[in-house]
Structures are given as structure tokens and as C-alpha cells.
Design a protein around this ligand. Sequence first.
Ligand code: NAG
Length: 217
Amino acid sequence: MAYRGFLLVNLVIFSSLSVVFASDPSPLQDFCVADPQSAVLVNGFACKNPKQVQANDFFFSGLHLPGNTSNPVGSKVTPVTVVQIPGLNTLGISLARIDFAPRGINPPHTHPRGSEILTVIEGSLEVGFVTSNPENRLITKVLQKGDVFVFPIGLIHFQRNIGDGSAVAIAALSSQNPGVITIANAVFGSTPEISSDLLVKAFQVDKSVVNYLQSKF
Ligand SMILES: *[C@@H]1O[C@H](CO)[C@@H](O)[C@H](O)[C@H]1NC(C)=O
């Protein structure tokens, strides 16, 4: 009997541990179209009255349009998240188009709330992500049109157009609001600034280098 009890306890523990959340919390109704005007604070947006929900609440137009890549990094992300489609609220998915000028990059960044699956629809990209400490292993690959690559949630990743023409990718993410932390902007361009003395020690460089980077971001 003691052994059966032990098995039962194990079963209960295993069952509870096997409940994992791989994306945003699951909806408990057909949909919960975001009501951005609501003052109610929830994990996401409050729901619009379902009787007033229209097809346009689930709709976005414009992902066929190239983003403007005339900027220092030579890339432009066009996001389609719960901000653009209120009907994505609580559904745990979103989409983005990324345009690259020749040699343009999407600089090292991370999505705190979502994994990303990306496909190249024009041109060729060098992509990569770095595993967490202490290994910090770079996992990298060259992608051609039609290739698909995955960036696991939270890991720092990047893309670079290695072709002579422009490149275009479509990325799907496992959150209605995956968030973006662009490493250089966050570390050297925060408001207010992180103390330059701290950054001198963290990056083991001269203060002039830190000041220069802070001026760039
Ligand atoms: C693209 O962005 C640049 C820099 O902001 C701007 O000068 C240019 O007019 C934009 N081009 C288009 C087509 O919007």
C-alpha cells in the first residue's frame, strides 16, 4: 500500500509539473478583443463587448508594403501585435515583417515574452542567437529564400542581409506582445543613463569608449 501511495504521489506531482505555458495564457472564451480605452488593468487588455466585435478587430492590412530601411542599421521591423490587431488579445501569437537594405542588420536583441520563427521570402540572411551563460555559444546559419529558423524565447539574436539586393523576412512570435530589448539601445541609451563608471567596469573599456557609445544611443 505504501508503494502504491508513493506512485500516486509521483503521478500527482508529475501531472502538475507537466502543466507548462509555452505562450501567453490561453483564452477562456472564443476571443477577448482588446478594449484599449478600458481603465481595467488585466494581464493583457480588457475585453471589448463581444456583441460589438467586428471583422476589422481581427484584421490588419499593409504587410505587403516594404518598411523604410534608410536608417543607421539598414533594417525596418513592421510589427503586427495586439497593438495593431485588438483581436490578438490573449491569443499568444503575433507577426512581423522585417525589411533589410543590402548589408543591413537587425541588431542583437531579445524578446522577453516570445519565441520567434522566421522565414526568408526575399534575399538571403545570416542569422544567429547566443545561448545563456556560462556557455554563450553562438548558433548561426545562412538562410536562403524559403528557409525557416527559430529563435528561442529570451535569447539574444540578430539577422544580417548578406545579399547584394534587399531582403525580406516574415517572423511569427509566441506572444500577443513579445516585446523587444535591443541590447545596445538598452545598455547605452537608457533614460536616465546607466552610470558610465559602471559600464567602464562591465565592458572593461576606457571611459571615452563608453561616452562615445552613450552618445550614439
Ligand atoms: C525613409 O526614411 C528617411 C529617414 O528618416 C526619410 O528621409 C525618407 O524620406 C523616408 N522615405 C520614405 C519613402 O518614406
